[in-house]
Design a protein. Structure first.
Lengths: 404, 433
């Protein structure tokens, strides 16, 4: 009886052990939330699943009787807390500036391609390249062939670099982006890179117009020449070439259901492995469409320009002398501070002006000599024989100077 | 390395020599060298008084906020020009040193970072969270008000969907830190978003939520309501302390198991609506272009994945002798659910054995695996393959490539291969066709 009690206490003291032993996969089997059952079906890491096809393709675990997988939670009501305060209409207006593809939320204002050209050259081209053509290490915004195949897919997006010399897919506003409203909010909220939110809405319309024109986008069949003026209404009319290049379809009432169905068939849609254990075959098509067995590919050009450079030694870091701590202070800290850092040890405390004025009346030479030889309750060199006589002088000078 | 040691063994190793040598070689080799069994001479580490045993240590007030041992100064996040824009480190990524990772909790100073406009420094006194749109009562919360809500603490990995993206077309980095270091795992503390929504009243027509950050990039993403009501947390705590600036101080969203990009940092605003927003980071970026020429959008959960962290290029087996036993260990994880097991292959994926899981096994969390191996000094192609309770199994490079191609950038979870040479060196290779 007592032994049993003791055992249960031991289990109870370790929250993790307790949860693994008592709750895993079994937490739903009793009304108290703590199962007494420790049968084999009650495996570690097996948790009660209530939805095998969550929207992301994963599972949703039960939250029942205060148990969620290996976690416990508070089952009491958490309603009516009423924290925070109502947002004012002005506050919502100030922050709710996002814009949807249907134009909801786009601000008033307008800007021409020509104005955008000037702004782009001054504020954007240094990163995104002349005309947004890239080449500076930051995203390329324009260029790329927008021609589509018979299925309406932008051809350059099908490029795969499976073999040397194959071209990369081009991902610019003209070839890849689905929505033009995103271009507007991107520029307004996050650009220019070093000074985000510094452009007026008119300027943002102008730069948006310029980037669209450089991508040879037509709005309602109209080419965007230098004089073309973009505003909210026209921006909403833009249909970018790759508008239909994304899946699953997230729009409309069925959007979430489409996403769920897509991820439910992960093997087909995003690829999945198989748990083969012996003599497994793993062949696939190479860049020419030929079936080939796997082989080992080694690093061709190692990326080794890492920051900071690779280093694995467990040694002392190189000492960086910031000049903030003098040699005297360092030695004082390690060898003298224990007694001289306080006024309770009988030694003159560093910082005590009176005490040090009295000590220094003897003259520096005498004080250093006493410190080397020992004086009163102080052992020679404060007990640290590794210190040289010169070190002691440096330390005394530091202590005296710090107590003036 | 071993050769140098043997020539030294016959003569006496001076203390100074010993430490000099220890310091100049890799930490791992040093660990082997320090093992007394490899030295015939008496070990000076034992035969001499140590400096730390004969001097006074630091006072308790020396570091009011503690720091790692000075000797661990090389265990740091690392980055590379490839992880940035033209070498600019503001829209860039730094990687967790997975070879040095102990257990499943990443120290806050080593948590990987991804920023789109640098690390913002938000004044918590001026921080506000606005929750509005299709809710009965739109509100504004201060940090103190947010913290009044009942808190939850959960352990989840956070992984950039670009983790491993440098390897779509072949191996490039000879380092586990760069092969898989765009992820970390921490105990996050905050408020379950559903707790707040129960209080505010979510309107039934709400289908999507926009989460928006307050940094210079104003990072924003659209999340479906189903996830929001399941396990999304508004987090302000990271491993027992406030979030680090790099992780979105004072408050970030945490969407467990999903692309870290959805766990918006420096959180500022949550808006509920009936349409998706097509925010900037869910169109031009964070969409996975497949070989069909079309791209997967709203790609949420990170697939089951695993990596052997020991051995790895940073921790090779060069110090092992034939017949010695050694633990192979690593990390497995899945954004779909809970890791159920990990298999190990020594021959590049033809044959597999089951590894043991060890430690805590939690959903959407790093899970440790372990396999005791008798070292034979033969070349190996070492792989790990995880599977989870949603039915997901980690694919081979070919299986993944066959469905999505090699240009998707994101969500690469193909089985990884370390080549172990006859000398015990470990190199990053890829088994594919």
């Amino acid at each position: 009886m007592f032994k049993l009690d003791r055992k249960s206490i031991l289990i109870g003291t370790s929250a993790f052990a307790a949860s693994v032993v008592l709750l895993s996969g079994c937490g739903d089997s009793t009304s108290t939330g703590v199962a007494s059952n420790t049968s084999k079906s009650c495996e570690i890491g097996v948790y009660k699943i209530i939805d095998k096809h969550a929207i992301d393709g994963g599972v949703i675990y039960a939250r029942q009787n205060g148990v969620y997988t290996d976690y416990r939670y508070n089952q009491q009501s958490m309603k009516g807390l009423n924290y925070g305060r109502p947002a004012t209409a002005n506050e919502i207006k100030a922050w709710n500036v996002d814009a949807l593809p249907d134009g909801t939320g786009l601000p008033k204002g307008q800007g021409s391609v020509e104005e955008g050209d000037e702004l782009f050259e001054a504020q954007c081209a240094s990163c995104h390249g002349d005309f947004g053509g890239g080449g500076k290490g930051y995203p390329q915004l324009t260029g790329g062939n927008q021609d589509k195949d018979e299925n309406g897919i932008v051809k350059v997006l099908k490029n795969q670099r499976l073999l040397p010399g194959m071209a990369a897919p081009k991902r610019t506003v003209g070839t890849y982006w689905p929505k033009a409203t995103t271009l507007f909010t991107y520029i307004r909220d996050a650009m220019p890179y070093a000074h985000p939110k510094s452009l007026t809405d008119d300027q943002v319309y102008a730069i948006t117009a310029y980037i669209l024109s450089q991508n040879e986008i037509k709005i309602d069949g109209v080419e965007m020449d230098d004089e073309y003026v973009l505003n909210a209404k026209k921006l909403t009319q833009v249909v970018l070439p790759n508008n239909n290049g994304f899946y699953p379809d997230i729009d409309g009432a069925k959007g979430p259901a489409n996403v769920k169905a897509f991820f439910a068939d992960r093997a087909k849609n995003i690829g999945m492995g198989t748990r083969c254990m012996h003599d497994c075959k793993d062949i696939s098509k190479d860049g020419h469409g030929k079936m080939v067995a796997p082989s080992v590919f080694k690093i061709k050009y190692e990326m080794s320009d890492v920051v900071p450079p690779y280093a694995y030694a467990r040694d002392l870091p190189p000492e960086v002398d910031t000049g903030l701590v003098s040699k005297g202070e360092k030695m004082y800290n390690t060898s003298c501070k224990l007694c001289h850092g306080t006024d309770t040890m009988g030694a003159p405390m560093v910082g005590d002006k009176e005490a040090w004025a009295s000590v220094m009346q003897k003259g520096l030479h005498e004080v250093v000599h006493n410190a080397i030889a020992g004086t009163g309750g102080m052992p020679p060199k404060g007990g640290n024989a590794d210190l040289s006589d010169a070190d002691i002088k440096t330390i005394v000078e530091f202590m005296a100077n710090s107590s003036k | 390395m071993d050769k140098t040691l043997k020539t030294k063994e016959s003569t006496s190793v001076s203390r100074r020599d010993f430490f000099k040598k220890t310091a100049s070689i890799s930490a791992v080799a040093a660990a082997g060298l320090l093992a007394p069994a490899t030295l015939n001479a008496d070990d000076p580490a034992i035969m001499h008084h140590t400096k730390w045993g004969t001097t006074l240590g630091d006072g308790c007030n020396y570091h009011p906020y503690g720091i790692p041992s000075k000797y661990e100064h090389n265990i740091v996040r690392r980055t590379s020009a490839l992880m940035s824009s033209a070498g600019d480190m503001h829209a860039a990524i730094s990687m967790t040193p997975l070879y040095a990772q102990k257990g499943i909790i990443t120290p806050n100073g080593l948590h990987f970072t991804r920023t789109h406009n640098g690390v913002a420094h938000v004044d918590p006194n001026e921080w506000r969270l606005m929750i509005h749109g299709l809710v009965e009562k739109p509100i504004v919360l201060t940090l103190e008000q947010l913290k009044r809500y009942p808190s939850e603490s959960v352990i989840h990995f956070v992984e950039c969907p670009s983790n491993g993206a440098a390897e779509w077309k072949g191996p490039q980095f000879n380092s586990v830190q760069f092969v898989r270091g765009m992820m970390s795992c921490a105990q996050w503390t905050g408020v379950r978003l559903k707790t707040i929504l129960d209080d505010l009243g979510l309107k039934p027509e709400a289908k999507w939520m926009l989460a928006e950050g307050g940094d210079g990039s104003e990072m924003s993403r659209t999340l479906p309501i189903e996830k929001v009501l399941d396990d999304v947390i508004i987090a302000y705590g990271q491993n027992g302390e406030a979030l680090r600036d790099e992780q979105g101080y004072p408050v970030r969203l945490l969407a467990p198991g999903w692309e870290a990009n959805l766990s918006v940092k420096w959180l500022k605003r949550l808006e509920f609506g009936d349409k998706p927003w097509y925010a900037k980071e869910e169109t031009s970026k964070y969409t996975a272009l497949t070989a069909s020429g079309r791209a997967i959008q709203h790609f949420y959960a990170l697939e089951t994945n695993s990596i052997i962290t020991s051995p790895c290029p940073e921790i090779p087996w060069t110090y092992l002798k034939k017949g010695e036993m050694i633990e192979i260990q690593g990390l497995a994880w899945s954004g779909y659910g809970t890791v159920r097991g990990v298999d190990i292959s020594f021959d590049g994926g033809k044959n597999w054995v089951e590894a043991s899981l060890k430690g805590l096994i939690l959903p959407k969390c790093w899970t440790r695996f372990s396999y005791m191996y008798k070292y034979e000094g033969k070349p190996l192609l070492l792989q790990s393959r995880s599977y989870d309770d949603s039915g997901d199994v980690q694919p081979t490079v070919n299986q993944e490539k066959t469905v999505v191609g090699v240009e998707g950038v994101y969500h690469r979870n193909a089985i990884h291969t370390w080549e172990v040479t006859a000398k015990g060196e470990v190199n990053n290779v890829q088994v594919r066709s």
